[in-house]
Design a protein around this ligand. Structure first.
Ligand code: PEP
Ligand code: MN
Length: 353
C-alpha cells in the first residue's frame, strides 16, 4: 500500500532528449536524476518518482509542455495508472475470436497443463471447444519446482498450440518464463501468461507490457502475494504498456490460490480477492480452480464459487487421459467432467448479478 501523502509521478520523455533537460525537469519538482532514491529510471523513456508534496498543477502543465517530454502522469495516493492515464479506456479484453473477457459473460479458457504433442493439444482443443471453451490454454514453457520435472516442449510446444488454433479457431493462452523468450512466445500467443512464480519478476512484467506486439497479458497472483502486491505487479505491466503507447490496459488478473496453513487443498483459493480485485482495478478478473484444488473432484466446486463471486472467467486444466498427463494430471478434468463444469457455471452465471 502506498503511504498516504505520497504522490507518484510518471514522466515519459523522448530518449533522444538530453539528460540535462530531464534533470532540469526533475529539479523543478524538487527531485534529482542522480543519487535520489525517490527517482527511478526505467527502460525506454520512463521515469517514476515519489514526492511528499503534491506538485502544483500549473507547474506540471508547464513542465509537460517542455521539449522532449511526452507526458507527465500524476497518481494521487491509492490510485493506479489505469485510473489516471485514460480512466474511460475499455478495460475488457477481446480475443481474436470475439470472446470478451470482463464483458459480463464468463469466458472459459481450457486445455492441458502442458503441451505434450500436436495430436494431444489438437484433440483437447477440439473437445473443449465443443463443450463451450472460448480459448485454449497450454504450457510450452513450464515453471517446475524440480529441475528433473518435465519443463515443456518449448518452441515445438508453441507450434503445436498454433496448429490447434488453426484447427479450432480458439485463441491461445500460454506462459512466458523469461524476458529472452518474450518475442518467441508473443509471436505465437494471443494472450501471454505470466505465472504465479513470476509475479514478482519485475523486469518480465515491465517488458511483457512494453512488448511491441502489444499482446494482452494474463497475470496470475503469486501464491505468496497479497492483493496489494498483486496490484503493484499489474502496475509494472501498465507502466510498460504506457511506455510502448499501447492504448488499452490489455490485462487480465487471475486468482489461483495462495499458501495458507491449510494443507487439505493444494492452495487456498482466495474467493474474497475476486470482488476486491475487480473493485480496485476495474480489470477483468478470472480464477483458476485447478491449481488450488489439486484433485479433480474439487475443481468444480471451486469453479462454481469463483463464478458466484463474480469471476469473469476460468482457466481450467483438462486432459482426455488425466492419469497419463505429463503434468498436473491429478487436478486435470476429463472431457465429461469439463462439460459438466461448463454447464454448471453457465447456470450459476445466469443467476449472478
Ligand atoms: C499454469 O497455469 O500453467 C501454472 C503454472 O499455474 P501457476 O503459475 O498458477 O502455478
Ligand atoms: Mn498445471
Amino acid at each position: 500500500m502506498i503511504p498516504n501523502g505520497v504522490t507518484r509521478l510518471v514522466v515519459l520523455f523522448d530518449e533522444s532528449a538530453a539528460p540535462r533537460s530531464l534533470e532540469q525537469l526533475l529539479g523543478a519538482l524538487g527531485l534529482s536524476l542522480e543519487g535520489d532514491r525517490r527517482v527511478r529510471v526505467h527502460q525506454s523513456g520512463v521515469v517514476t518518482c515519489r514526492t511528499e508534496s503534491t506538485p502544483d498543477p500549473a507547474l506540471l502543465r508547464q513542465l509537460s509542455a517542455r521539449e522532449g517530454v511526452r507526458k507527465i502522469v500524476q497518481l494521487p495516493p491509492g490510485q493506479y495508472l489505469i485510473d489516471c492515464v485514460n480512466p474511460d479506456a475499455d478495460r475488457t479484453v477481446t480475443l481474436p475470436n470475439g470472446a470478451r473477457i470482463g464483458g459480463g459473460q464468463p469466458v472459459v479458457i481450457a486445455g492441458p497443463c502442458s503441451v505434450e504433442s500436436v495430436e494431444q493439444v489438437c484433440r483437447i482443443a477440439a473437445t473443449v471447444k465443443d463443450a463451450g471453451a472460448l480459448a485454449l490454454r497450454g504450457g510450452a514453457f513450464k515453471p517446475r519446482t524440480s529441475p528433473y520435472s518435465f519443463g515443456g516442449l518449448g518452441e515445438a510446444g508453441l507450434r503445436a498450440l498454433t496448429a490447434a488454433r488453426d484447427l479450432t479457431g480458439l485463441p491461445v493462452v500460454t506462459e512466458v518464463l523469461d524476458t529472452t523468450e518474450l518475442d518467441l512466445v508473443a509471436s505465437h500467443a494471443d494472450v501471454v501468461q505470466i505465472g504465479s512464480r513470476n509475479m514478482f519478476n519485475f523486469p518480465l512484467l515491465y517488458k511483457a507490457g512494453r512488448h511491441d506486439a502489444g499482446k494482452p497479458v494474463l497475470l496470475k497472483r503469486g501464491f505468496g502475494a497479497t492483493v496489494d502486491e498483486f496490484l503493484e505487479a499489474a502496475e509494472y505491466i501498465q507502466l510498460g504498456r504506457l511506455a510502448a503507447g499501447h492504448e488499452s490496459p490489455g490485462l487480465i488478473l487471475c486468482e489461483r490460490g495462495i499458501r495458507t496453513f491449510e494443507q487439505s487443498t493444494r492452495f487456498t483459493l482466495d474467493v474474497g480477492a475476486i470482488p476486491i480485485l475487480k473493485d480496485r482495478s476495474g480489470l477483468p478478473v478470472i480464477a483458476d480452480p485447478s491449481h488450488p484444488a489439486g484433485l479433480r473432484k474439487y475443481v468444480l466446486p471451486l469453479a462454481a464459487a469463483a463464478i458466484a463471486s463474480g469471476a469473469d472467467g476460468l482457466l481450467v486444466e483438462v486432459h482426455f487421459d488425466p492419469t497419463h498427463a505429463w503434468c498436473d494430471g491429478d487436478q486435470s478434468l476429463n472431457m465429461e467432467e469439463f462439460a459438466a463444469l461448463v454447464d454448471r457455471i453457465n447456470r450459476i452465471a445466469a443467476i449472478t448479478p
